[in-house]
Design a protein around this ligand. Structure first.
Ligand code: FAD
Ligand code: SF4
Ligand code: SF4
Length: 360
């Protein structure tokens, strides 16, 4: 086949380059359209030695070799590029206007409010989300406001949400949204380039901030410590489990062992390739940090504000250096790792992080 760089099947490359070395982020992109790749309990495995060279599983994997600079160009054109925060137009504090959504959201409920608005106004016809609870995640294809709020709240494990993309296509949806971790955002952009799987149907990508997710061993810990009855989790610093008016706090150091191996070499804590990125403010749990990146993302937010779905206010200028420093340090640390080989970055970008002490 023309342009085929592989001497052997794409699945073999996925196995040897991503799955065997423990670099799979559990995004779910390779699962769902291929009968030979399965996910079980947030672990992904190839169950048959597929020889197809043109198979796209490796191509759409965020941990497969990724032409990051051309992906950025594809999404942002020639927009100004900030090596720390990624391409962006504006950055705000934001929250859902409706108390009902705020109360079920992780912080300000911005992801839920924007998703409800995007469905209602026809930006999208359905959206891939993550339901479930601390005992287990559940990828869900959502097409209603009630479906969105049922998925509200962060589950800090690697739900393979993208495995439902083919279901959405089979159901005839042509404008499909994605809410995902940064690795899932990268996978979504790679999928958009794959017409064989109708990737062009992905039409809105809402990315979360993410510094790491827990491996399946986390669930053993939950059972052992009898934490399954808590329905909410948060990690402001240590790990908080909340439910029925009660809260238990586990020191983060006790949980560090469960950080997924793939997360240690993750270069993108802010979902740089998303239309909009949403995270905590690290300052006020009733609000979100909101980064507008693409024109589509800006239009969605502008219309959602005008229609009373979300409220925004300026990102406090004194907090911006704190965010930048955290991201700078993360990227620098990752660039220094020998297993960081899956993204092609420019020499200038590497130099920016490796030659300076901080984000000066
Ligand atoms: C594994 C993980 C790690 C995170 N780490 C950070 C961090 O270090 N710093 C930070 O500022 N923010 C982090 N976040 C993001 C933060 O927890 C909130 O998701 C974000 O601020 C949106 O808040 P909200 O109130 O708008 O969410 P909501 O309105 O409650 O919406 C949350 C959305 O997240 C989706 N979701 C839930 N769990 C997952 C999952 N495991 N994978 C994919 N999607 C999921 C749901 O579909 C839901 O739509 C993390 C999120 C996850 C899932
Ligand atoms: S990172 Fe995603 S695409 Fe890659 S192997 Fe894991 S689940 Fe599949
Ligand atoms: S740290 Fe990176 S690899 Fe890990 S879940 Fe978050 S985005 Fe995915």
């Amino acid at each position: 086949m023309e342009n085929c760089e592989l001497e052997y099947g794409a699945a073999a490359r996925l196995k040897e380059g991503v799955l065997d070395p423990g670099l799979c982020s559990g995004c779910g992109a390779c699962v769902g359209f291929c009968p030979y790749i399965k996910s079980y309990n947030e672990r992904v495995a190839i169950i048959h030695n597929c020889q197809i060279c043109e198979g796209i599983c490796y191509r759409i994997c965020p941990r497969g070799f990724t032409q990051y600079m051309s992906l950025r160009r594809e999404v942002f054109g020639a927009a100004d590029f900030d090596p720390v925060l990624g391409a962006h137009k504006e950055i705000y504090f934001a929250r859902a206007a409706e108390e009902k959504i705020r109360s079920c959201g992780q912080y300000g409920g911005v992801v839920s409010a924007l998703s409800v608005f995007a469905l209602k106004e026809g930006f999208i016809e359905s959206i891939l989300m993550t339901g479930g609870n601390v005992k287990g995640t559940k990828p869900v294809l959502v097409s209603s406001a009630s479906g969105v709020t049922e998925c509200a709240g962060s589950k800090y494990t690697a739900a393979p949400t993208l495995r439902l993309f083919q279901d959405a296509v089979r159901k005839g949806y042509q404008k499909i949204g994605v809410v995902g971790r940064p690795c899932q955002v990268t996978a979504s952009r790679k999928m958009q380039q794959a017409s064989e799987i109708n990737g062009q149907c992905i039409s809105l990508v809402i990315g979360l901030f993410c510094m790491g997710s827990f491996s399946p061993e986390f669930y053993t810990f939950i059972n052992m410590k009898d934490l399954g009855s808590y329905d909410r989790m948060d990690i402001p610093k240590d790990v908080h489990f909340r439910g029925s008016g009660q809260e238990i706090i586990i020191p983060f150091e006790e949980m560090r062992q469960f950080i997924r191996n793939a997360c240690l070499s993750c270069y993108d804590p802010l979902s740089e390739l998303a239309d909009i990125s949403v995270g905590s403010t690290e300052y006020d749990p009733d609000w979100n940090a909101l980064i507008l990146r693409t024109t589509k993302g800006s239009e969605l937010v502008e219309q959602a504000c005008a229609s009373g779905y979300i409220e925004i206010k300026p990102y406090p200028p004194e907090l911006l250096p704190i965010l930048r420093k955290a991201v700078f340090r993360r990227k620098k640390r990752v660039l220094e790792r020998p297993d960081f080989t899956y993204l092609n970055l420019s020499a200038q970008e590497r130099e920016y992080f490796l030659s300076t002490g901080d984000d000066d």
